[in-house]
Design a protein around this ligand. Structure first.
Ligand code: HEC
Ligand code: HEC
Length: 427
């Protein structure tokens, strides 16, 4: 099943439930289910973490669920030797203590990145990675920062050499992926090379035999596949909101009061009702995994971001996409990519983020334009004209109290990351 489709079906089922309740007369179940109607209760359940299906399969990565691959991936994720200057790891920007973000408007390592660092938690459920969806799997995403001059600033030939020469990595890699190629001949495999903007690295790469380039790409892709296997395990844990939904389902008033304060419940009502947040932030991760233009102003000094419009072109051209030679998938497995939504409405659209990763992840939005959750709600209340494309969100008439309630509700979605340990070196 297509991943986005699984979500759409979840939502559809919730909608059918809601409709059935309407047809049979809005059952006001005050005693049993607090003051929620049956249709509202169906919606609440669709948002609960208990509705989260198992992590969807990733056919493009044959080792996505291999424990040894995940363990190797975890080591690589935290290892600064995987960088041009020996100082940058994935965890430099994706810090476990900050829900795998960095607290900056735009990420910084060797240079400044183009956008805000998103959390990785729960991303295995998304068919698209990055704010503009220019990657279609966790493993292929992991390759990009390694060669980005502003991020890890290295090159693929050096990474492949590093894995082959470090005795520990060499052993774990060969256990998981099989034998590493023989890289001793430096005329065939130079110390540094990659299809990068740097003219010297690029020239060395282009001078290599295409078969040797492919050999290097295979190992490079496997580095991504190990990291992806680790990232798949980072999932959101149950929050106070989820405890509340369960208490409503059980008709247990005392547990409902324990889980959420009245202002938070009022915020939840606004979220699924008048404030229309649920239109895009739906399903158990509070995201439809789709791309929308919500009229966020551009970052000071930046041109407006064209978002998904450019992201689609990039994912189509990516040799590490689902349909490419380094993918383990069949063409049939790549429906998301083959049938991706296209069109001019995607100008300025970015991916709807999950709202389960709001705690400790400020500032918000794709370039960290909004410092606080109160600013985010203020933005939705005014719904300004988009600087590029068209803002899909409508202005909201919310009083000061209602804005505070909505914010209070958003905070109830936070919970510690659930991270099944994969080895002794768990952070
Ligand atoms: C310099 C800081 C930095 C480093 C280092 C870095 N990232 Fe990121 N990461 C970012 C930024 C910024 C984005 C969003 C960029 C965009 O959307 O254009 C991102 C996006 C992602 C995403 C997509 C999340 C989503 O919501 O779509 C994943 C997954 C990810 N990074 C994993 C990694 C891995 C794995 C590594 C190491 C190989 C890594 N990152 C290294 C800053 C960093
Ligand atoms: C039309 C779809 C849509 C609607 C409706 C919508 N959102 Fe969003 N939301 C998005 C998108 C897309 C983003 C990312 C925008 C960006 O970065 O430019 C976002 C970002 C956010 C963020 C920031 C998350 C982060 O990690 O940076 C929060 C918080 C949020 N929305 C809450 C809400 C609330 C509360 C409502 C209801 C008042 C709402 N949204 C309505 C699509 C929507």
């Amino acid at each position: 099943m297509i991943r986005g489709e699984a979500f759409r079906i979840t939502i559809l089922l919730a909608a059918i439930g809601a409709l059935a309740a309407l047809v049979f007369g809005e059952i006001e179940s005050a005693g049993r289910h607090s003051a929620w109607t049956a249709s509202e209760l169906a919606l609440l359940r669709s948002l609960s973490i208990d509705s989260l299906p198992p992590v969807p399969p990733e056919p493009s990565n044959a080792l996505a669920d291999d424990r040894r691959a995940a363990k190797l991936g975890q080591q690589l994720f935290f290892d600064p030797r995987l960088s041009g200057n020996g100082q940058v790891a994935c965890a430099t920007c994706h810090q476990p203590g900050r829900r795998f973000t960095d607290g900056l408007p735009k990420a910084r390592a060797i240079g400044t990145a183009r956008r805000n660092t998103p959390s990785i938690v729960g991303q295995a459920y998304s068919p698209w990675l990055y704010w503009d969806g220019r990657k279609d799997s966790l493993w292929s995403q992991a390759l990009a920062p390694l060669e980005d001059p502003a991020e890890h600033g290295g090159n693929r030939m050096a990474y492949v050499r590093f894995i082959a020469t470090d005795p520990e990595y060499r052993a774990s890699y060969e256990q998981v992926f099989g034998r590493l190629p023989d890289l001793h001949d430096e005329r065939r495999f130079p110390p540094a090379a990659g299809p990068l903007p740097d003219p010297a690295l690029r020239a060395s790469w282009l001078a290599m035999n295409p078969r040797d380039r492919r050999t290097v790409n295979e190992v490079f892709a496997n580095i991504g596949k190990a990291i992806g296997a680790y990232e798949r395990r980072l999932l959101p844990g149950p929050s106070r909101f989820d405890a509340y939904v369960q208490a409503v389902v059980d008709g247990d008033q005392a547990r409902q009061r324990e889980a959420l304060a009245p202002a938070e419940v009022a915020g939840l009502r606004l979220f699924i009702g008048r404030a229309q947040c649920i239109q895009c932030h739906n399903g158990p991760l509070l995201t439809n995994n789709e791309f929308h233009n919500t009229g966020i102003i551009s970052y000071p000094g930046d041109l407006p971001d064209r978002g998904r419009y450019d992201g689609l072109r990039q994912v189509d051209e990516d040799p590490f996409n689902c349909l490419g030679p380094y993918s383990d998938a069949t063409t049939d497995d790549c429906s998301e990519l083959r049938f991706a939504r296209r069109g001019p409405e995607l100008i300025g659209a970015v991916r709807t983020p999950s709202l389960r990763n709001l705690q400790g992840t400020a500032p918000y939005m794709h370039k960290g334009q909004l410092p606080t959750l109160a600013d985010v709600i203020e933005h939705y209340v005014t719904a300004p004209e988009a600087m590029i494309g068209h803002n899909e969100a409508k202005p909201l008439g919310l009083s000061r109290t209602e804005r505070d309630q909505l914010e209070a509700f958003l905070r109830t979605l936070s919970a510690p990351v659930a991270m099944p340990a994969v080895g002794e070196s768990a952070p």
